[in-house]
Design a protein around this ligand. Structure first.
Ligand SMILES: Nc1ncnc2c1ncn2[C@@H]1O[C@H](COP(=O)(O)OP(=O)(O)OP(=O)(O)O)[C@@H](O)[C@H]1O
Length: 242
């Protein structure tokens, strides 16, 4: 495992909103080509961290480097082409799977070929026959796979996943875990994955961040979760901090 040449590097990042400090002095990396899992109690600032990487918000102080270039040097379209984000509640527009899949390109004035649409569904583990289905008829797991396929339309080399399996049953969860692992291995995509499931953080992650109260408390190869150095992280892992 190497943390040199990271895909994403945070340097002393501060972020506050409406007078509240949400992120304080966040420094750390998402190693290139690895899966980083991000855990921590509710309200720790995990989602906010991802929003900063995707340009949905900007740091008040410090900087974020995406492939060694400051995030401020990317224009929004370029940034979203590099950094894809999938959320727990995938937002869909009413209509077919194909219409939803084509959305990221449509927003750039481009079209998605049927062939490419079929390929993307195939990567996400959905049959091409799903293209004509109405999204309202999809199961939770199928919807999440479509959301991941849609994120892949731009072929991002960094993929941010925010609690994408927390509302799924265990079979669908395992399916999505396999899918993400395959995307990481087949395309070398750097993954950062927020999860509340510590077991998932440990088994899926190569590298892990523990965040609390807007700070990064401990980072390292994921198996540090078995025996954390920090007393606060120990308490969190043992379930004493919710
Ligand atoms: N737009 C906002 N204005 C003010 N406070 C905000 C805003 N967005 C988030 N916060 C606050 O920032 C803190 C961090 O929120 P965030 O959603 O990043 O945490 P989280 O670790 O992802 O939590 P969870 O695990 O519950 O999703 C919370 O206290 C939240 O209330």
């Amino acid at each position: 495992m190497t943390t040199a040449n990271p895909a994403v590097c945070f340097k002393s990042v501060h972020f506050s909103k409406e007078g509240t400090h949400i992120l304080r002095n966040v420094t750390g990396v998402f190693p290139k080509g690895q899966i980083t899992t991000v855990v921590g109690p509710s309200g720790a600032g995990k989602t906010t961290l991802f929003k900063l990487c995707n340009g949905l918000d900007s740091p008040n102080d410090g900087d974020i480097f995406i492939h060694d270039s400051s995030i401020s040097s990317y224009n929004p379209v370029e940034l979203r082409r590099n950094v894809g984000i999938a959320l727990q509640k995938a937002t869909m527009i009413s209509g077919t799977v194909e219409k939803n899949l084509a959305l990221p390109l449509q927003l750039q004035g481009k079209t998605l070929s049927d062939e490419r649409a079929g390929e993307l569904l195939d990567i996400a583990g959905l049959d091409a026959s799903f293209l004509d289905r109405d999204v309202k008829d999809l199961s939770g797991g199928q919807r999440q796979k479509l959301s991941i396929a849609r994120t892949l339309v731009n072929e991002p080399d960094i993929l941010l996943l925010d609690e994408i399996t927390s509302s799924l049953d265990s079979v669908s969860r395992q399916d999505v875990e396999k899918l993400i692992t395959a995307i990481n291995q087949d395309y070398g995509t750097t993954i950062a994955w927020i999860t509340h499931d510590l077991q998932q953080a440990l088994t899926i992650g190569d590298y892990t961040w523990v965040m609390m109260d807007g700070e990064v408390v401990e980072t390292g190869e994921s198996n540090f979760l078995i025996e954390p150095q920090s007393e606060r992280v120990k308490q969190f892992v043992e379930g004493e901090v919710k």
